[in-house]
Every structure is written in structure tokens, then in C-alpha cells.
Design a protein around this ligand. Structure first.
Ligand SMILES: Nc1ncnc2c1ncn2[C@@H]1O[C@H](COP(=O)(O)OP(=O)(O)OP(=O)(O)O)[C@@H](O)[C@H]1O
Ligand SMILES: O=P(O)(O)OC[C@H]1O[C@H](OP(=O)(O)OP(=O)(O)O)[C@H](O)[C@@H]1O
Ligand SMILES: O=C(O)c1cccnc1
Ligand SMILES: [Mg+2]
Length: 558
């Protein structure tokens, strides 16, 4: 197999390779190649086509979506070139009757004549409005359909899922993505980590993603670590230097034991707990000796309130004697609202009884099959969790399996095209278009409007009729206080339009968080959110309906 990079990216357009090396021009559906052949055979392959990539319905019963995956699309087209091996494979795959000239044509194509306009990655987006507008020779753009939809569908779905979890958890909580083991394979895991960060998570446990994308890495330890210890006698090196290096405690294990009995027999805790699990205590002590500056304990292996929390406190207070501050605990089972509140009370009592300043604020992390509903339930009950570790429900998008982005032809050789359907929501909006977000007096986005490519843009302060694309009676006048054009040129093709640079992930994340915060709250709420209005200009409305009538055959009644 030839290495992909040998063919090189399009000269003068150097953009990195796609993150996943399986993202090659073969990562498409067979029918894209058969259509490409048929276009070529008909001499149509260079006809100029415009496709829109959009989705029809917001996911998770919500009224917003976050657009993600654009950078990977641009990386893909920047490096789009068939290797000889790939051409040979397509030749073997297509029927033997396909002419050689087609394969010569395929080996010569790249995306230097393809133009991509797109909404910025990390933007809040709505159904029907093109996320990307892809223009170029029809045979080439056709080959891009499947990879583009693949690269944006899950990316946007999981970013939206992350954003929704952030919305319920609230701004002040730390959100950790713990999904790698449960993700749909390695690409699912890497993508989930990248896009959950984009959607507002703070960190991931996925080391490869941390390295690839510079996402902060965080983690605790597992039950295996706790249950691997049998007794404190296992700890050989018991010495621990104080945090300022001024002294050494030769027997940290004994210090921990003495603190455990002090706590047990103190006024505040007398009779609250008895003998704690000694193997758990050994595990915690050992972890503290390994990471005195980052001591964190998983406290639910045996019994949270009768063992895990007292053991953690004994180790944490012993550390505090040596000038260290414990990082916190993780709860991974049971009633997380109740246990976090009881834990907080315990910590506050330790602070008061033993004068350990700040101990009451020791961080509580919770995990175990969390999702939007459980976060919402915890909020309603009241809880003391500072950080949530979320895996399965987040990365698998358990609440909705796919977003349903589509890629539809809207114009060929300057002729608008429409796709009709019995189901109005599936009728495509024809023409090469522009789209704008119009903001109202209160600073909120009011409506997105699509217009024909050559219509004048909406003007500030000027009353504009915004029409529902398919429902005649739904229309509204808007006087925009701010007009934002949504699509920018990310890949200029053979035009000399300037190309917008691909921003770093952190900037995309910041844009996403900011945009979500600026949404009108009723569009964001979980229960019966208000739909955001998506509209077309009066001119585009008339044209859609003219074309619809033109293309739809008239029925015959017998
Ligand atoms: N106070 C709460 N309100 C609503 N849901 C909660 C609350 N506390 C925990 N949960 C959720 O309830 C579910 C408990 O799951 P489950 O009964 O399988 O776990 P468990 O018995 O606590 O622990 P284990 O992992 O040991 O089986 C989890 O999805 C968890 O996130
Ligand atoms: O629950 P999730 O949201 O998927 O978060 C990740 C889970 O993975 C870890 O344990 P694992 O589930 O492997 O084992 P456990 O369920 O027995 O704790 C961790 O303790 C969490 O429970
Ligand atoms: O670091 C953790 O606590 C972690 C990582 C992955 C899955 N569950 C927990
Ligand atoms: Mg679990």
C-alpha cells in the first residue's frame, strides 16, 4: 500500500491530514463511484453543481444543534487524491465494462476546483439552513457526499449532546468525559473526546485525544486499585516528605491510623462509624504516597459513609499535617444526591473539629451512568457534587443515535434543482443560497433567513419579510439590529476568494460556549423548548413554490 501522504496535498493549500487515516477518498458509498462513472460516460462530470449539507430536525427533542466536523472535512478535501492502489481497487470493483478513460480521469482529480462555504464550526445551528455549501464539478462533489456527511453527523450530534449536558449541569460544574471504553470503537472514542470538549466539557480521560488535540487530561482511579490491596502491611516505603521539603514523616501509615482513630473518637464523629475497611485504607494511603499533591479516592468500593469517607478523611488530614491538600473523592454508585450531601457534611465537620482550613470544600466527583435526566434529577433534589464524570450516555449519544444530516443537489449549471417529497419536511430548498442570522433589540438571535445568492443582504434597521419556506401563512417582519452572514469561504476552489483559517479547537470551544450562552433561554430549556424560526426571503419563497409546481406532475383523477 502506498502511504497517503506521498500524493501530497494540493500545492499551496497545505492543511493537515484527516485525524483518522482511514479517511481517504475510498471512505464513501459505492454508488458515488457508479454515479461518477455514469456522469463521466455522459460527458457531464465537469458540470458545475452546488450541494447543501444540512439536517432536518434538532436532536434530543431540543431546538438547537451545534455544528461540528468542519475542520475534518477541510482536511479531507485538502488531501483528496487517489493513490494508484486505490484506483486499481475501484477498477476491480466496478463492472469490467467501465472504460479505462474513467480511471485516468479519477487519478487526475483533486478538490482544487471545489468551493466550500460553511458556517463556523462550534456555531449553534438550526434545521434546513445549510451548514456547508459545496460547489464544484459534479462527479467530484458527488464523491464527497458520504465522507462529508460522515464527518459532520456524529461530530455535531455528540457536540450537541455535550452542550446539553453542560446546560443542565450549569456553568460552575467541572465536566469530565470518561467515555472511551464505551465509545463506538477507536474513532468514536477519539471523536467523542474532541467534540465533547468542543461542546463545553472541561477535560477527558482519553490520553490519545489529550495528545492529539491538546485537551486537558483528568482522571481518578478505579475499583481495581482499591480492591487490589489486602492490608496496610503491604506498604513497604512508608516515608513521606512534607510539601515544603522541610521534614520527613518516616511512617505515614501510622500517621494515617492515628488520624483515623482521632476522627472516630472525636466529639463530632463518635458512634458514627466503626471499623473501616483496612484494605481500602491501605489503597488510599498508598495512592497518597504516590500522589501527595493529587490525592483523590474512589470511596464506594465497600461502604461510602462507613468506610470510604472516613478512610479518605484520615489520609487527607494526615496529608494536611505535611502541608498537602487532598484533591477530593469520587462517588460511583448509590444515591449520588444523598451521598454527596452526607459527604459534604462530613467534610465540614472535619474542618470544624480539627481546624483543617478549606476541608469542607474538598471536591466531590460523581459518576455512574449519568445523563441529562440524572443531572436534572440531582439538581432538583439538591446535591453537593462539584464534578461529573460522564461516559456511556454522552459518547454513544444514547438518547439519539444519529443526527440525519443530508447532502442535496440544489443547483446544476446555474439551474436550481429541487427534491420533492410527500413529506414537506423532506422537500429540499433549491438554489445556491446565502444565509443570515438576524438579531433583535434585546440582542438575541431572532431568525435565520436564506436568500438567493444574488439577492441583496438584509439591511440593519430595515424591515424585512421572513417567510416559512413551506407554510404560506407563517411569516413575520423583522427589523434586524444586527445581521450576521452565516457561511464563510473555507475552501475557495479556483476562485480567488480569501479562505478563512481553521481556528484551534480551544477557540472553537470558546465560540460554542459563547453562542450557547447568548441563545434566548426559551429555545434552550429541556421541556417544550420554543422552536427557533428558520425562514426564506419572499423572493426565494416564490421561487421554491414556482419550481415545486413546475416539477410536480399533476395528478389524474378517474
Ligand atoms: N439521587 C439520584 N437521583 C436520580 N438518579 C440517581 C441518583 N443517584 C444516582 N442516580 C442514578 O441512578 C442510577 C443507579 O444505577 P444502579 O442502580 O445501576 O447503580 P448502583 O446500584 O447505584 O451502583 P452499581 O454501579 O454498584 O450497580 C445511575 O444511573 C445513577 O446515575
Ligand atoms: O458510567 P459511565 O457514564 O459510562 O462512566 C464511566 C464509568 O466507567 C467506569 O467504571 P465502569 O463502568 O467500567 O465499571 P463500574 O460500572 O463497575 O463502575 C467509571 O467508574 C464509571 O462508572
Ligand atoms: O479517571 C476516572 O475516574 C475514569 C476514567 C474512565 C472511566 N471511568 C472513570
Ligand atoms: Mg459504571
Amino acid at each position: 500500500m502506498e502511504a497517503r501522504v506521498n500524493n501530497g496535498p494540493i500545492p499551496g493549500r497545505v492543511v493537515g491530514l484527516p485525524t483518522n487515516p482511514v479517511v481517504t477518498p475510498l471512505l464513501t458509498d459505492l454508488y458515488q463511484f457508479t454515479m461518477a462513472y455514469a456522469y463521466w460516460k455522459a460527458g457531464k462530470h465537469n458540470e458545475r453543481a452546488v450541494f447543501d449539507l444540512y439536517f432536518r430536525k434538532n436532536p434530543f427533542g431540543g431546538e438547537y444543534t451545534v455544528f461540528a466536523g468542519l475542520e475534518e472535512c477541510i482536511r479531507f478535501i485538502a488531501n483528496f487524491k487517489f493513490t494508484e492502489d486505490e484506483i486499481a481497487f475501484i477498477r476491480d470493483t466496478l463492472p469490467g465494462s467501465c472504460e479505462d478513460g474513467f480511471f485516468d480521469y479519477l487519478s487526475g482529480i483533486d478538490c482544487s476546483d471545489v468551493e466550500v462555504y460553511a458556517i463556523s464550526e462550534g456555531s449553534v445551528v438550526f434545521p434546513k439552513v445549510p451548514l456547508m455549501r459545496v460547489e464544484g464539478p459534479i462527479a467530484v462533489v458527488q464523491l464527497l457526499e458520504t465522507p462529508f456527511v460522515n464527518l459532520t453527523n456524529y461530530a455535531s450530534l455528540v457536540t450537541t449532546n455535550a452542550a446539553r449536558h453542560r446546560f443542565v449541569a450549569g456553568k460552575s460544574k467541572i465536566l469530565l468525559e470518561f467515555g472511551l471504553r464505551r465509545a463506538q470503537g477507536p474513532d468514536g472514542g477519539i471523536g467523542a473526546s474532541k467534540y465533547c470538549y468542543m461542546g463545553g466539557f472541561d477535560a477527558t480521560s482519553n490520553v490519545a485525544a489529550g495528545r492529539l488535540f491538546g485537551i486537558p487530561l483528568r482522571g481518578t482511579h478505579s475499583h481495581a486499585f482499591v480492591s487490589s490491596f489486602m492490608s496496610p502491611d503491604e506498604i513497604i516505603d512508608k516515608s513521606l516528605q512534607s510539601s515544603d521539603g522541610s521534614s520527613t514523616c518516616e511512617d505515614f501509615v501510622s500517621l494515617v491510623h492515628s488520624w483515623l482513630s482521632k476522627i472516630q473518637w472525636s466529639n463530632s464523629f463518635h458512634g458514627i462509624f466503626g471499623e473501616t475497611n483496612q484494605s481500602e485504607l491501605a489503597a488510599f494511603t498508598s495512592y497518597a504516597l504516590a500522589f501527595p499533591n493529587n490525592f483523590l479516592a474512589l470511596v464506594d468500593t465497600y461502604d461510602v459513609m462507613r468506610s470510604g469517607i472516613p478512610n479518605f478523611c484520615a489520609v487527607a488530614v494526615a496529608l494536611s499535617d505535611l502541608g498537602y491538600k487532598a484533591a477530593g473523592i469520587r462517588l460511583d454508585s448509590g444515591d449520588l444526591a444523598y451521598l454527596s450531601c452526607e459527604t459534604r457534611k462530613f467534610f465540614c465537620k472535619i474542618e470544624k473539629e480539627f481546624g483543617v482550613s478549606g476541608f469542607g470544600k474538598t471536591a466531590i466527583t460523581a459518576s455512574n451512568d449519568l445523563n441529562e435526566e440524572t443531572l436534572d434529577a440531582l439538581n432538583k433534589q439538591g446535591h453537593e457534587v462539584d464534578a461529573f464524570g460522564i461516559g456511556t450516555n454522552l459518547v454513544t449519544c444514547y438518547a439519539q443515535a444519529a443526527l440525519g444530516c443530508v447532502f442535496k443537489l440544489v443547483e446544476i449549471n446555474n439551474q436550481p434543482r429541487i427534491k420533492l417529497s410527500e413529506d414537506v419536511s423532506k422537500v429540499s430548498i433549491p438554489c445556491k443560497k446565502r444565509s443570515y442570522r438576524l438579531y433583535g433589540k434585546e440582542g438575541y438571535a431572532l431568525v435565520d433567513i436564506m436568500t438567493g445568492e444574488n439577492e441583496p443582504p438584509p439591511k440593519l434597521g430595515e424591515r424585512l419579510l421572513c417567510r416559512h419556506p413551506f407554510n404560506e401563512s407563517k411569516r413575520a417582519y423583522v427589523v434586524p439590529q444586527l445581521v450576521e452572514e452565516l457561511m464563510k469561504c473555507y475552501w475557495p476552489g479556483s476562485s480567488d476568494n480569501p479562505r478563512v483559517d481553521l481556528p484551534p479547537l480551544k477557540d472553537i470551544r470558546d465560540r460554542c460556549i459563547k453562542q450557547l450562552e447568548q441563545m434566548r433561554p426559551d429555545h434552550m430549556r429541556r421541556l417544550n423548548p420554543t422552536p427557533y424560526k428558520v425562514s426564506v426571503s419572499a423572493k426565494l419563497y416564490d421561487f421554491i413554490h414556482f419550481l415545486w409546481l413546475n416539477e410536480a406532475p399533476v395528478g389524474e383523477l378517474q
